[in-house]
Design a protein around this ligand. Sequence first.
Ligand SMILES: CC(C)(COP(=O)([O-])OP(=O)([O-])OC[C@H]1O[C@@H](n2cnc3c(N)ncnc32)[C@H](O)[C@@H]1OP(=O)([O-])[O-])[C@@H](O)C(=O)NCCC(=O)NCCSC(=O)C[C@@](C)(O)CC(=O)[O-]
Ligand SMILES: NC(=O)C1=CN([C@@H]2O[C@H](COP(=O)(O)OP(=O)(O)OC[C@H]3O[C@@H](n4cnc5c(N)ncnc54)[C@H](OP(=O)(O)O)[C@@H]3O)[C@@H](O)[C@H]2O)C=CC1
Length: 402
Amino acid sequence: MDLTQDEIIEKLDSGEIRIFEIEKYTKTANEAADIRRKYIEIKTGTQLKHISKYSIDMTDTAKKNIENPIGTIQIPVGVVGPIVIDNNEENIETYVPMATTEGALLASVNRGCSVIRRSNGCNVSILSNQMTRAPVLKTKSVHDANKLKKWIEDNFDKIKEVAQSTTNHGKLLKIDPIAIVGRFVYPRFVYETGDSMGMNMVTIATQKALDLIEKENNIHIIALSGNFCVDKKASAVNLIEGRGKSVVAEVIVPKEVVERVLKTTTDAIVEVNYAKNLVGSAIAGSYGYNAHYANMVAAIFLATGQDPAHVVEGSLGITSAENDNGDLYFSVTLPDLPVATVGGGTRLETAVESLNLLNAKGSNKVNRYASIVAGIVLAGELSLVGALAAGHLARAHEELGR
Ligand SMILES: CC(C)(COP(=O)([O-])OP(=O)([O-])OC[C@H]1O[C@@H](n2cnc3c(N)ncnc32)[C@H](O)[C@@H]1OP(=O)([O-])[O-])[C@@H](O)C(=O)NCCC(=O)NCCSC(=O)C[C@@](C)(O)CC(=O)[O-]
Ligand SMILES: NC(=O)C1=CN([C@@H]2O[C@H](COP(=O)(O)OP(=O)(O)OC[C@H]3O[C@@H](n4cnc5c(N)ncnc54)[C@H](OP(=O)(O)O)[C@@H]3O)[C@@H](O)[C@H]2O)C=CC1
């Protein structure tokens, strides 16, 4: 049906068309977004003139990345670097785009990159690549719960075949742990998901596996996600078992570089790390034994189209600092970094540009991408802990952040 913009707005107002149905009446998805925004401007008496300006094509975006689009937001994006990394697969040297509203953050990460360059680069090791989904199933008794656990263990090959029938790239590695609470059973499905972050992939595959488990056992599926996955929440199980990419980065900073660029000493940094990141986090009951992984993870995630809700997982991890014969040994361990170079938001035009800048777009690039994130977390963590040791934090934010 061909309708004018005004006619569509009238029908939205009368309730004849719902706001998520506008695409049915326009030639392009961008046109639909414009009409929806105009309608919202009228209803709320506001002007959305900045949200209205964008260059991305909404056609795919409105189908795959968002519902009810009205435009885009703009977050300043800058670059840091180059960061120099040896990840045992390749030597990486690249500038890195980061999007944030926090003044002083990029200056700090840039300083960390400078320190790392002057220390002949950092090492990054990828420990594992595993995305998880853990449903909650209800049995009739504790005996049945235990029986179900055994059935899942005994029938792993059959479950794997069914789950993997939904994907070319996903591989079911294990179903472990299988937790039992009363008569509830929580099998944690662990998949390798290639270059994708994998949450859609493992959700679809696990549903198919559950269909089989339900058919062959007398159970009730309470929920496809039983919160033992653990998706988008801080948790001990992710810290211990890992989720997404588990990555470690390290650098040995010569004593002279600590003193000249970070304006402090190795011992002062080791003491800040011990008292703040380790003991301070322990008294807080925190899972983030670090100063600010979330800052670097969030800024790179926004620039490169990762799911921003996964910052909560990327914020988990432990920083270590040691005096190595006067030099500084410094490392960051990120056990829970859900990242992708295909799928999800990585297809958005701005994300494509940022991933191309990193030479980390598409298949066989996710290790490179995860290594860059870990290297940048190392840079930012080193600079902030250095600034705290030197007593420069407040001054830096006075000068650059307000
Ligand atoms: C601000 C600095 C870097 C100054 O640091 P500085 O040592 O006085 O700077 P400098 O002028 O001597 O330059 C040293 C290097 O810093 C970089 N640099 C220096 N200035 C700039 C700039 N304008 N733009 C880009 N890069 C800059 C640059 O890389 C340069 O190296 P070079 O290129 O010459 O080899 C330092 O004081 C610093 O890093 N402070 C820490 C700030 C920080 O990390 N903020 C993070 C956010 S805090 C927060 O959100 C979390 C928190 C703190 O609440 C968490 C917690 O509880 O711990
Ligand atoms: N469903 C949920 O519960 C949740 C979903 N999300 C959302 O999920 C999305 C991410 O899910 P995800 O599954 O990663 O993305 P997609 O749903 O985009 O799936 C990835 C796609 O890429 C294909 N593919 C092509 N090349 C590769 C490769 N080299 N490696 C891996 N896959 C490849 C896969 O094919 P094939 O399938 O044939 O292997 C698959 O079709 C994000 O938008 C996120 O926000 C987030 C949290 C929860």
